[in-house]
Design a protein around this ligand. Structure first.
Ligand code: SME
Length: 169
C-alpha cells in the first residue's frame, strides 16, 4: 500500500496512490461491509493524523448507525438532526470542520478529536451512508481532502450502489 511512497510525500501524492488501490480492493467483492471496512483501514493506515476513520449507514428514516471503522469505539446512533455526521446526511453535502469546538452540536465521541470531515454517499436522492474522518490535529482537512474523499465515496457508490448486478439491501 502507501508504504512504497517516500515519507515526505504530499497528501495529494498519497491520495493518488490510494485511489487505484481502493478501486482494486473493493472491485473484488460486492459485499458492502467488507468494502467499507477495507476503505476505512486503507485511509487510517495512510494518514497518521487520521485519528478515527469510519462509516455511518442510514438504517432508518433520518437515522445513522455506526458501520465499519478504525479507531477508538464510537457512538452508535446519530439522528440526521445531530452532529457533523447528521448535518452531512441531512444536507447531502460534505461538511469540513476545522475546529470541532466551533461546530454547534458536534458529537464528541473522543476528546482527542480536533477537526473533522464528513462526506455523504447519496444514491437515488437518499443519503445511504457517510464517511466520517476525525483528526487529533486542528484544521487537518482542506479542499484536497474533500476532493479525493469525494472521489473515494463515488468509487464505493459505483461499486456497491450503481452496479445493477450488485444492488445492496
Ligand atoms: N463527531 C461526529 C460523531 C461521530 S464520531 O466523530 C466518530 C459528529 O459530530 O457527528
Amino acid at each position: 500500500m502507501s508504504e512504497s511512497l517516500p515519507v515526505n510525500s504530499s497528501k495529494e501524492e498519497i491520495y493518488r496512490e490510494l485511489l487505484p488501490q481502493i478501486e482494486a480492493v473493493i472491485g473484488g467483492t460486492d459485499d458492502l461491509i467488507a468494502n467499507l471496512a477495507n476503505v476505512a483501514a486503507i485511509l487510517k493506515q495512510a494518514f497518521k493524523k487520521f485519528h478515527w476513520v469510519g462509516f455511518y449507514r442510514t438504517t432508518a428514516p433520518n437515522l445513522l448507525t455506526l458501520g465499519p471503522f478504525q479507531g477508538p469505539p464510537a457512538c452508535v446512533l446519530i439522528p440526521f438532526k445531530q452532529g457533523v455526521c447528521g448535518t452531512s446526511a441531512r444536507t447531502q453535502k460534505t461538511v469540513l470542520v476545522p475546529d470541532v469546538e466551533q461546530f454547534p452540536g458536534h458529537i464528541a465521541c473522543s476528546i482527542l478529536s480536533k477537526s473533522e470531515i464528513v462526506v455523504p454517499l447519496v444514491h437515488n436522492g437518499q443519503t445511504a451512508l457517510v464517511l466520517d474522518i476525525d483528526s487529533d490535529e486542528l484544521n487537518a482537512f482542506d479542499q484536497t481532502d474533500q476532493n479525493y474523499l469525494e472521489l473515494i465515496v463515488a468509487t464505493i457508490a459505483k461499486q456497491n450502489f450503481c452496479n445493477p448486478d450488485n444492488q445492496m439491501p
